[in-house]
Design a protein around this ligand. Structure first.
Ligand SMILES: [Zn+2]
Length: 243
């Protein structure tokens, strides 16, 4: 992973405006991992992609994550505050080739879903997406040693496959533990790193462009010159302009 310059981050922010989140994630990662081809990036599992995004987020905005969430029980606004290390297991090695699952009298051969699978899906809802992903990831099913039509597998068997996929790729479903200050319910909330990081980049980019506007108006410097400055130096000039 390489760190991104201010101007590069502004470029990718502009390029990714109003794009679907799967594409925004690819835009960010292809800038930070220039050695990886589009095929490499779309071949990642959700968990592999999200751990790379978490590392990148840490290098841009630091290890502390702050945000807001609503309590699913009472609707109270809750402050999210956690460390990247709380949800990122850096020692985790994801192996995309998983062992076949033995359940009841069945043996199910499957692989983990990739970003490419998600991009191929035209599903509008979660159940359809789940069905499509299972269809493309289950390569073979056997019953009592003989091939069995995977389309006929029961819901319980499919659920066990989904469960096994989740265990093999734990970063694919990041969860934050948070207790509600009002109703005291212990919540486990999903953490969507792509949309979270995109909002952070968006807020950062808009503020930085405002600073460019102020300094360019005051000193006549170009956008490139101002973006290339360190944040400290920019702040000193902004303070002088405000005096
Ligand atoms: Zn609550």
């Amino acid at each position: 992973m390489r760190s991104l310059r201010n101007s590069e981050l502004i470029d990718l922010w502009e390029w990714g405006q109003n794009k679907p989140s799967l594409q925004q994630a690819l835009i960010i990662l292809s800038a930070a991992y220039p050695d990886m081809t589009l095929e490499d990036l779309t071949g990642l599992t959700m968990g592999e992609r999200d751990s790379m995004l978490l590392r990148l987020r840490e290098s841009i905005f630091g290890h502390r994550v702050l945000g807001l969430a609503s309590c699913p029980n009472c609707g109270e606004k809750m402050e999210l505050s956690f460390d990247v290390a709380d949800i990122l297991d850096r020692d985790l090695n994801i192996c995309q080739r998983v062992e076949p699952l033995m359940i009841e009298e069945f043996k199910v051969f499957f692989r983990l879903p990739t970003i490419f699978d998600l991009m191929q899906s035209n599903a509008q809802d979660v159940p359809t997406m789940r069905r499509q992903l299972l269809q493309c990831c289950i390569s073979r099913a056997e019953k009592d040693g003989r091939e069995y039509d995977a389309n006929l597998l029961s819901e319980a068997v499919l659920e066990a496959v989904v469960d096994q996929m989740g265990k093999a790729d734990p970063h694919g479903d990041l969860q934050i533990d948070i207790s509600c200050p009002l109703c005291h319910q212990e919540n486990q909330l999903p953490f969507d790193i792509v949309s979270f990081l995109w909002i952070e980049i968006d807020t950062w980019a808009r503020r930085l462009l405002e600073e460019v506007h102020i300094l360019a108006s005051a000193y006549g410097w170009s956008e490139g010159e101002i973006l290339a400055m360190s944040s400290m130096r920019r702040q000193i000039y902004l303070n002088l302009v405000a005096q």
